[in-house]
Design a protein around this ligand. Structure first.
Ligand SMILES: [Mg+2]
Length: 349
């Protein structure tokens, strides 16, 4: 089938979530083919990525044939090459991610298969989800047994106490078997990370995430053995298999967390998980509880753990996609239907 139209939009977010990671900057990409089928994808990069997709990428995409997974990979390579002078990382690849996911959705609809089936089929009927946010009592009530809190290091005397207080509470509320993680969102340093590994030892924290800047590759490689048995996770701000290959060469992380809507879409994610397998690294996609990562996890191509950014009980959220799976007893199943199985909520335009 031939691509006849490409359009990226920046949805009208009514509820601006406390963190830009959840909604702000997320763009929606629609790719139409002859025969009238439409594929939808989610990307990043805000209005700047909308301009990249509707300008340069649209021009390159119109008239292209989408003939199977290999065909999508060829299109990915062509768009990456063409956008390399300004792209490679960040906004260019965030736009490309939306295009790529829309092409996978389109292919699934054309073949009447879910994306998971395009990836070889479901190896997991349900995926274990973990709740991100700080409302641990709510996550317990919802049936979660895995949770990630966060702490932005501010250089204050009580920074460490706050992280310890979170760990105490999370362990008490969620029980001895629960999986606990903490996210520093690039604000910790190596000293604070080492101190936290020592002080949190009684609470059995599974990983520290995103503690340093993504550019501090050597520093992360040095930190990794120093915080054991806590694992070092990161990669939501890394892009494409080229970027993750550098992390592999440095031995920077125990767990890679590519975000499918930012790192280059499903095509890049498949190359990243292949690299991870060669390097003996685990992959736990960032926001993997959203359908874009969930199909990859359900297909058994990475760890059985999907992130749901829930925030708090009273928070509320924008419903960009209709038909998204809801967590049940801390697990997620795939939605029914071809492609990714969700519909864009036109009210968000
Ligand atoms: Mg994170």
């Amino acid at each position: 089938m031939k691509i006849t139209q490409v359009k990226a939009v920046y949805p009208h977010y009514r509820h601006v979530a406390p963190s830009w990671r959840t909604h702000l900057w997320q763009i929606v990409v629609r790719v139409e083919a002859d025969g009238g089928l439409c594929g939808w994808g989610f990307g990043g990069g805000g209005e700047a990525a909308v301009a990249v997709v509707n300008g340069h990428m649209r021009e390159l995409l119109l008239g292209q044939e989408v003939d199977g997974v290999e065909g999508i990979a060829r299109i990915w390579d062509a768009l990456y090459r063409a956008s390399a002078p300004y792209g490679r990382r960040g906004i260019g690849v965030m736009g490309l991610s939306g295009v790529d996911l829309a092409l996978w959705d389109l292919l699934g609809k054309a073949e009447n298969k879910s994306v998971c089936e395009l990836l070889g089929g479901a190896r997991r009927e349900k995926v274990r989800a973990y709740a991100t946010g700080m409302d641990v009592e709510w996550y317990r009530d919802l049936g979660f047994s895995a949770h990630k809190g966060s702490h932005r290091y501010q250089g204050r005397e009580d920074d460490g106490e706050k992280v310890v207080a979170w760990a105490q509470r999370a362990r008490r509320v969620l029980g001895p078997e629960a999986l606990l993680m903490n996210d520093g969102y690039m604000s910790w340093d190596a000293d604070f990370s080492r101190a936290m590994a020592r002080e949190l030892q009684p609470y059995g924290v599974h990983w520290f995430e995103d503690v340093l800047l993504p550019d501090q590759v050597e520093e992360q490689a040095a930190l990794r053995p120093a915080i054991k048995p806590v694992l070092l996770a990161g990669g939501e701000h890394e892009f494409t298999h080229f970027g993750f290959a550098e992390l592999a060469r440095a031995g920077a992380l125990d767990i890679w967390q590519p975000d499918l809507a930012w790192c280059g879409g499903m095509t890049a994610a498949l190359r990243i998980v292949a690299q991870a397998a060669r390097s003996g690294v685990q992959v736990v996609p960032h926001r993997g509880g959203e359908v874009w990562g969930l199909h990859l996890i359900a297909a058994g191509l990475c760890e059985d753990l999907a992130e749901l950014v829930l925030g708090g009980r009273t928070g509320g959220r924008d419903q960009v996609w209709l038909g998204e799976p809801e967590p049940l007893e801390g697990c997620l199943g795939l939605p029914d239907g071809p492609g990714f199985g969700v519909r864009f909520n036109e009210d968000m335009l």
